[in-house]
Design a protein around this ligand. Sequence first.
Ligand code: G4P
Length: 530
Amino acid sequence: MSNIAEEIKKRRTFAIISHPDAGKTTLTEKFLLYGGAINLAGTVKGRKAAKHAVSDWMEIEKERGISVTSSVMQFEYDGYCINILDTPGHQDFSEDTYRTLMAADSAVMVIDGSKGVEAQTIKLFKVCVMRRIPIFTFINKMDREARDPFELMDEIENVLGIRTCPINWPIGCGKNFKGVYDRHDKTITTFTAAMGGQKEVATQTFDVEGADVDSVIGVDYHQQLLDEIELLDGAADEFDMDRVSRGNLSPVFFGSALTNFGVETFLKHFLKMTTSPLPRRTTTGIIDPFEEKFSAFVFKIQANMNKAHRDRIAFMRIVSGKFEAGMEVNHVQGGKKLRLTQPQQMMAQDRKIVDEAYAGDIIGVFDPGIFSIGDTLCLSNEKFQFEGIPTFAPEHFARVRQIDTMKRKQFLKGVSQIAQEGAIQIFQEFNTGMEEIIVGVVGELQFEVLTYRLENEYNVEVKLEKLPYEYIRWIENKEEIDVSRIQGTSDMKRIKDLKDNPLLLFVNSWSVGMVEERNPGLKLSEFGRD
Ligand code: G4P
């Protein structure tokens, strides 16, 4: 096998999705710890500082209210080269959070064992399903009181609509958390909390049939476990690698990220089960990652990393082959050849300039304002385009007006550029021109970012009037539909995007179903595609 193929084969590029506070940051840190990418010496306080450094490393951006970064952390573990894509959460949840998933080959879903499936997980999960990527579940915080594991399985299956296959099974929880049972090896690993969660735990493993189990986990827990194993073996889906790869079956693991329990086992299994870089569809067929010719697509644009220069960084996912600094590539959508100089890569805390990168990796390149989300880069004599990145449904809408009418031009330039970066989406009234602008965002923080940036970068003060709509739908079969004749509901509004695509806004979710019912033949979609 060539060196390039070997490099690609060992890559694993995945995103961790979760609802805020489920333990995504903690789990990421533990992965980095095992990979030796960070060194968490010290106490919990040290952990906090490290957490800050790792996941919130763009502190300057944050101070300015522009924390819209999904960073990538690369490290090596057990012969694999791992790229973790960090999906921004909390207040900076934005369209970038969704787009990050377009660059991943699989997803790890972290669920808080006491809470189960939560709102943000559902949203992110839908994007994974759309991409049909494998989804692995880590049920976290088993050292705390947790819900019944069968109930959690049911909830994942019913709410998310994916079948589950527990790889291990918890024995008790909270104060009575005894450990986990490995269904394949038929062994029990007892729970020991690592000191302050800093070090690897020294676990002990017992044969479930062994005589000493009763004394380790207690007679009652042992009996309960045997009953549950019987139930699981009878009722749970069997592990089936094909179904996992197609995203139809999620392997489930239980553990406690904070105390390091079950984290390394999870990582080991996960790396074996998940996929090396996946092929991607283009206008002319499928591009295999192992093709030696370089190709990549832009999935994220980060504005103004350096305010003095008003520059942007375009993040691209390498789809095939090897990237070398300074190489000449064809920017297909721009119709130009260019040299990618000074490519950057994120390595845990640091950003560094890289000389080479391979399919599966993410690099950031300087963007003088030429790239758009979804653009293709390939070797200079080629011309295909990767399948576009869909536009994700904003959930907050506002009418935006510039206060000084003389600054119309700057205003339009500002909102258009910010929209091109993918931070906001802009719409117009359905029947009028550009005079009224409606902005849609996935996370409300983006409104603040917009106001701030228009004022600071474009010198335009604006007034935002929030609108009550929360649901947007693209009309999939727009060619067949006369939009003005759609039988609407009283809370429905017709709008269009800058490419004149018609869209519908709704205040209530049930109105969406109502409008579909009233207009047979109308096909609505939660994702926008060009
Ligand atoms: P997030 O990135 O998904 O938002 O979650 P994060 O890792 O920041 O974890 C949220 C809180 O849950 C943190 O507590 C963290 O310590 C705690 N946590 C994570 N994993 C576990 C676990 O396995 N068991 C228990 N008991 N707690 C866990 P915090 O008090 O908000 O922050 P900190 O003071 O610990 O930094």
